[in-house]
Write a protein that binds this ligand. Sequence first.
Ligand code: XUL
Ligand code: CO
Length: 435
Amino acid sequence: MSYFPQIEKIQYEGTTTTNPFAFRHFNPEEVVAGQTMKEHLRFAVAYWHTMTQDGSDPFGSPVNQRTWLGATEMETAKNRVAAFFEILEKLGVEYFCFHDVDIAPEGDSLEEFYANLDEITDLIKEQMERTGIKLLWNTANMFSHPRYVNGAASTNHADVFAYAAAQVKKGLDISKKLNGQNYVFWGGREGYETLLNTDMAFEQDNIARLFKMAIAYSEKIGHTPQFLIEPKPMEPSKHQYDFDAATALQFIQKYGLQEKFKLNLEANHATLAGHTFENEIEVARINNALGSLDANQGDVLLGWDTDEFPTNVYDVTLAMYGVLENGGIAPGGINFDSKVRRSSFAMEDLFLAHIAGMDTFARGMKAAAKLKEDRFFDTLKEKRYATFQEGIGESIVNDKEDLESLADYALKLKDIELESSHIEYVKSCLNDYLV
Ligand code: XUL
Ligand code: CO
């Protein structure tokens, strides 16, 4: 049984094609910068946006046409597995990601939830074995259910903490069963509304406690995925503890989690934090903490997490430059945490949207590889910091100077000659790489 009988496996046809169901830039086997495009990009499809999102918004009802809805929640869940793997196979995407609640209904008790997850992950495992498709990461949704109104690990109620721990335990069991490469913590409700009733230090200690329990359990069961924290500054909490890459890194360092934890960075979360995606990637990269990427984009005119499919070649090129500088993203990948717009409600839009995102990343990666090959940024930076290559500058970076010696030097200085950055010219040259 096929959910997309009219759609064949998506092929690379180049920019001259008029076929909407073809890649125009993503050529999986094409070698760029020493690796095939698919090895570089490690694309993943997100279960939540692709399989469970119904197109409703705060002002409107569900609108998405989805043919996998069954008579019961479990029937729908089973249909989704088959439909999901059909999408992955036809797109040629080799990884996927999910929250526990995306794949199986929670039922009326934790016991029932566990049983539902067991049944559905059996089906997922079968599909993985059949297709060779791999689990990039899974996570536990510890933010939607009313019990998490005051947080999960940062809750004020010990029973809620225990429930969250039970979800993480099962998440790690599933990660082992499906050989997950990473395990993500996005702290949706790990933040606070007001300091009037919040013990910030206690709540953050408890988040670290849960993370340490996760490390201990993963070691106990002999399955140690790369743990990832996904920063986000707001939505749903007013003040999120993992505001951005720098804040999450500080947390990782404070609690001594550097060996096991890296970051999963999302483009739209960067925008919400007032940063560019490339800023977040750079902060992680220079601290050896670039783990994985959630690919999407926000809307410059809207201040919320719109999770649009990425189509901005400029931003993606700079993001991919960071990935290449990092020597790649593995064992992480590029997960489309992106949802079709409400007006793209047809089944085939799921393909068209992913093709658009994959083509955009392919373009970005090719442009980034060329920028690297031409040493475009390296040359700029070498020139910009040239005074640290010799004389007093070289002496400073070799730690041979102190305040007194530098004061003596400065007293003898006449005019300091600064050079213009010619930044408009630089941006114009950068544009040549994008077309
Ligand atoms: C929310 C978000 C999540 C995480 C996983 O903004 O990005 O979907 O990626 O919980
Ligand atoms: Co995300």
